[in-house]
Design a protein around this ligand. Structure first.
Ligand code: ADP
Length: 294
């Protein structure tokens, strides 16, 4: 179905205490991996909860395959896999038992359950650990169990909220590869505040800050915007603390001559700073900084 896309029109979400966490978001999303990037408090989780139909938008409209998700949530739910930020597991169960339990909760036909659980365990690389107690799993393995449960119904829409929090670098990398493998014809929305979580995999980015969508487009498009605004500047290590206060620095690397800072700025921060091609991290900082938000 070519019109099976997720469409957000002027979506806003206000909490009961009056706090407006999401404001006027317009977005059309088809198959691929969308990286929803933004600093903590940007409104990502609130938006994800709205998209997963756990909360209704307080303004605007979300539609899936043309049907309004507030009026007909079941159409989206049937196609949805969701890994929330605070995904909890029953520590005493094995991965296989846990997935069997959730398959029952989700109403999968009983005769399909055993095969589907095996498929999902295999998809996330946990076939060999299927009998191990979840309490003995590493953080990365638990997140993979989280993805496995989200895959049970073979979702066309997979929403994963800050999935790499608490994972070590190796687990993080593995998790990113897993999502890339799962993309296919699905729409995967991955929220994170870490640029490197999405730079290799996202075909599209949506950047949020302060409840607003600040950018949507390809990573290349975001990088192009920062062209001419990234500089490498090698300084004496003693100056680092002071310069951090004055400049927007996306990284710093020890080098033979001192510390090399990557600075994003309107113009060169110093005569000895060298203009360089920005990467996604620089471009993200430039976007948020340029609009006075970093
Ligand atoms: P993110 O996922 O980008 O970190 P959130 O969606 O969690 O952002 O939060 C967006 C804003 O909404 C923040 O200012 C946060 O404090 C606020 N917020 C989150 N949950 C609630 C709540 N239950 N009630 C009121 N405000 C909330």
């Amino acid at each position: 179905m070519s019109n099976c896309e997720l469409r957000l029109e002027g979506v806003g979400f206000r909490y009961r205490n009056g706090h407006e966490a999401v404001r006027g978001v317009d977005l059309d999303l088809g198959p691929g991996i969308v990286g929803l990037l933004g600093p903590n408090g940007a409104g990502k989780s609130s938006l994800m909860r709205v998209l997963a139909t756990l909360a209704r938008p307080t303004s605007g409209r979300v539609s899936w395959c043309g049907s309004d998700t507030a009026r007909e949530p079941d159409r989206l739910r049937a196609a949805l896999g969701y890994l929330p930020q605070d995904f909890g597991v029953y520590e005493a169960l094995s991965a296989r038992e846990f997935l069997h339990f959730l398959a029952a909760v989700k109403g999968l036909p009983a005769k399909r359950v055993a095969a589907r659980v095996d498929e999902c365990l295999a998809a996330v690389g946990l076939s060999d650990a299927a009998e191990r107690r979840l309490g003995d799993h590493s953080g990365g393995m638990r997140q993979r169990v989280g993805i496995a449960q989200a895959l049970l119904n073979d979702p066309r829409l997979l929403i994963v909220d800050e999935p790499t929090v608490g994972l070590d670098p190796e687990e993080r990398l593995r998790f990113r590869h897993l999502l890339t493998d799962l993309a296919g014809q699905r729409l995967i929305i991955l929220s994170t505040h870490i640029v490197s979580d999405v730079e290799a995999s996202a075909t599209r980015l949506a950047v949020m800050a302060g409840g607003h969508l600040r950018f949507t487009g390809t990573p290349e498009h975001l990088i192009a915007r920062a062209q001419g605004h990234a500089y490498d500047w090698t300084v004496a290590p003693e100056r680092l603390a002071e310069l951090r206060q004055q400049h927007h620095i996306s990284r710093s690397l020890r080098s033979a001559g001192g510390v090399t800072l990557r600075v994003v700025a309107e113009a060169a921060p110093s005569a000895d700073a060298v203009a360089v091609a920005p990467d996604l991290e620089d471009a993200y900082l430039w976007l948020l900084k340029a609009q006075g938000n970093a």
